[in-house]
Each structure stands twice: as C-alpha cells, then as structure tokens.
Design a protein around this ligand. Structure first.
Ligand code: PRP
Ligand code: URA
Length: 209
C-alpha cells in the first residue's frame, strides 16, 4: 500500500522494543515515546517544502532554507497521543497543537469522539495526527473524518505500533493520508488489543493501570 510507510531504523525498532515490557516504569515509557515521536517526525518530514529566507550570520548575509513551522498543526488523539505530541513539539516548537479526544468502548470496541478542538480551517496546514496505537483503526478513522470536515488536505498519521487490521482499514478508507508506522505487529486479540503490542498506551503513559 503506497500510502503506508513502515519506518525501518534499528534505533527506532530498539526503542519500540524497549517499551513493550510490562515492567517498564511509567517515566521511562513516557520518555521513550517522546523520543520515538521525534524519530517518526523526521521520517514524516522528508518531503516537506522549504522556503528561502535571508539571514545574517556573524560573518555575512546569506539565504538559507527554512520550514514554515507555523503551517504545521500537531493533533494528538487523547489521551495517548499527548505522549507523542511532546516529542513532535520538541522539534517543531513553532507548530500549533489542537486536540481530538477519542474513547474506545470496552465492550463494543467502537471509538467515539468526546472532544474536538480544531480551528475553523486546516486547508493550508500540514497536519501531523499522532496516536501511538493503530488497532482496529476506529479512532484514527473518526479523527481523520473530523480533520477533513475542517478542510485538512495534507494529513500525515504517525503511529508507533499498528495491527494489520487497522492499517488496512485506514489506508483503504483514506488513500490520500500518509501513514507512518514504527512497528507492525501480528494481529488483534479478542478484546481488540494489539498482539504482542504493549497494552493500553494511555494507561502506560499516564500511570493509570
Ligand atoms: C487507544 C489508542 C488509540 C486507540 C486505538 O486509546 O491510544 O486512540 O486506543 O484503538 P483503535 O484503533 O481500535 O481505535 P483508548 O481508546 O484506549 O483511549 P486512551 O488513550 O484515553 O487510553
Ligand atoms: N489501544 C491501546 O492502547 N492498545 C492496544 O493494543 C489497542 C488499542
């Protein structure tokens, strides 16, 4: 699937492997999620356009390429997306942050939005949608729908661990959305958790296990 990028980098893979263990402390988990998000941001920005700006070094005037950070909008899906957003914001401090809150029903596993704080128009922005887990794809599908309803044309979805079921659902529904994946796992279990996965990402980031 051409809109799906499986990021292949030993350091990234190592970091993702390092947060799976159930004994990993919350603080370590959070720190690594942030670092993973930074690495995925580099990958997602490979084709970003730059604009030339004149600057003056201590030696002389020169023209150099810059990214227009103010045209980038980071959208974490609450709660777990917050863990990744901290990393993306660290390398893109000029990017705006807007939030979408999604909740999965524990019985039906269906996602529903409980919060949406998006600007009136995202038409001219590059949206970095972030959520560590892509399981059934329900949360990502609903979030992308909301982004499109707000005019978003360039959406890049960054996830850490994905199940094939979720990748299929999102890439087929939205072939124009580029999906970046740190690790592709085996499948979903009967509770729609990713196998082997890392458990509930939100609980592990916020220590609410
Ligand atoms: C997790 C995760 C995703 C969603 C993925 O959130 O952060 O948003 O599940 O599952 P899906 O692809 O099947 O929709 P959760 O609903 O557990 O909420 P939380 O982040 O508040 O814990
Ligand atoms: N959400 C999570 O946090 N983990 C999973 O494995 C699936 C959905």
């Amino acid at each position: 699937m051409s809109n799906v990028v499986y990021i292949n980098n030993p350091l990234l893979t190592h970091k993702i492997s390092s947060i799976r263990g159930k004994e990993v402390p919350c603080a370590t988990f959070r720190q690594y999620v942030k670092q993973i998000a930074v690495m995925e941001t580099y990958e997602a920005m490979k084709d970003f356009k730059t604009v030339d700006k004149e600057i003056e070094t201590p030696i002389q005037k020169t023209t150099k390429p810059f990214i227009e950070e103010d045209k980038i909008v980071i959208v974490p899906i609450l709660r777990a997306g917050i863990g990744m957003q901290e990393g993306v914001s660290a390398v893109l401090p000029g990017a705006k942050v807007h939030h979408i809150g999604m909740r999965r029903d524990e019985v039906t596993h269906l996602a529903s939005a409980y919060y949406c704080n998006l600007p009136a128009s995202l038409e001219n922005d590059i949206v970095l949608l972030v959520d560590p887990m892509l399981a059934t794809g329900g949360s990502a599908l609903d979030a992308i729908k909301l982004l499109k309803e707000h005019g978003a044309k360039d959406i890049r979805f960054l996830s850490i661990i994905a199940a094939p079921e979720g990748v299929k659902a999102v890439s087929e529904a939205y072939p124009d959305v580029k999906i970046y994946i740190g690790a592709l796992d085996e499948k979903l279990n009967e509770n729609c958790y990713i196998i082997p996965g890392l458990g509930d990402a939100g609980d592990r980031i916020f220590g609410t296990l």
